[in-house]
Design a protein around this ligand. Sequence first.
Ligand code: CTP
Length: 499
Amino acid sequence: MAPRVTTVNLANSPGFPVLARAMTGLAERGILAYLVGGFIRDTLLKRHTADIDLALPELELDTVRLLADELGGSFVTLDEFNKIARIVLPWKDGRTWNLDFSSLRGAIEDDLRERDFTLNAMAAPCQPSLAGAGVFPLIDPLGGVRDLEDRTVRVVSDRVFGADPARLLRAIRFAAELNFTIEEHTGRLIRQHAHLLKAVAGERIRVELIAIIKAPGTYSWLTYMDKVGLLAVLFPELNESRNVEQPKEHYWDVFNHSLQTVAAVERLLTPGPVRSRDEILSPVPWSADIESHFSGPSAGAAPRGALLKLAGLLHDIAKPRTRTREGDRWRFLGHAKEGAATVETILQRLRFSRREINIVVAEVQHHLRPGQMGPDGLPSRRAIYRFFRDTGEVALDTLFLSLADHLASRGPELDKHGWEENARTVAYILKEREKTASTVSPPKLVDGHDLMRLFGMKPGRELGGVLEEIREAQAAGEITIREEALAFVRRKQGLAQGE
Ligand code: CTP
């Protein structure tokens, strides 16, 4: 058997200089702190490290405050009662590091036994004398290194989820982010404790859920969450869609179609270099701009790609409620609009930001539009204009959602010809937008003042309607100059008078 790692080399971690400074400051005060949590896990995995967690015997908030001054960082009390504090420290590497300080619960081994998973339950004593070489003894009483090697998420004890039910989602999040599996007994404990997730604050759920949908393999993890009962607690509204039969074009019931739509979103958003391996993706438009739209940072919101997976999961949430029978067919009239309202309620409950809610709700509301634009051939310029006008900043996302919806409807019975036609239509819509920016936002040829001055119109709805008709006619290429716009109004007025 390979010898167990009993030391950890922290020197290669980008946060090490910050840690070394803090170690010295603490040692000068006679405090032996322990480095715990994610920093050790990520260093062992040679992964980008986030925050630095330090556990101190009998932490005094004032000590951390003084240390913050000495290091040139700012001091934040995170929890006065449990004595948890943070130093926010801008560093030479251009990053701002968070150093989180908490109190040890007993001896370090006892403290580690109160933590969540073995991969997070390792510690290293902060002895500045070791900082030169950077190699520290590793305290690993629960087999964290072994589980890292086996790529396994394992609870440290059976009490883990009862003590903090937010860990139910943390387990999934770590497994998804690290591409690990969840050990069987841990899975059974998750199933037993799944109902406790109800009591967890929306804010904490949102953080974990976003991390899960940002990571690859979301479809598989949602399926796992369904198996262990977490999905039903998070989204009870989805339960109604189980076994809800659909028209014959659909391969799956509404529930499975919803999960499959997430898989299809992930497939459609396959990164550039490996797209050519999947023939289905060849007619789908793709560019560096599209890729960064979905994967890049998004101001004040989770990345668009992650939100699109959520929209995929929830887009048919109102189908069970709106289902009616017409002859031998099931219809779901109004499900997109009703679904958008339900999604708003769900995401508010889970404390998503206003911006995130607006994005997902708009995608769900408009998800049928692309399919309705060109039932017989390519959509007209007028239809394209209306689509971009109504979907605004979620236009691209909505086009991809509708493609995912298509893939997830037919499943293994996908008709290649129909699919290629649909994907080409989407490519055409995007090309038209690029080619003729005027299709999407035509230049203003006349304004409301012109209509009042030249035609004696009154401000109000009618005037707004005429301006919109002019814009649509411009988008369709029927009007290109001001004279034509004025002639259009004259014609309309003449018609109105003749009525
Ligand atoms: N922890 C825990 N239970 C929680 C939250 C945290 O036991 N509900 C412990 C774990 O040992 C964890 C450490 O506190 O490693 C620090 O927590 P946190 O900063 O939330 O997570 P990290 O493990 O550092 O990972 P990340 O920064 O990726 O979230």
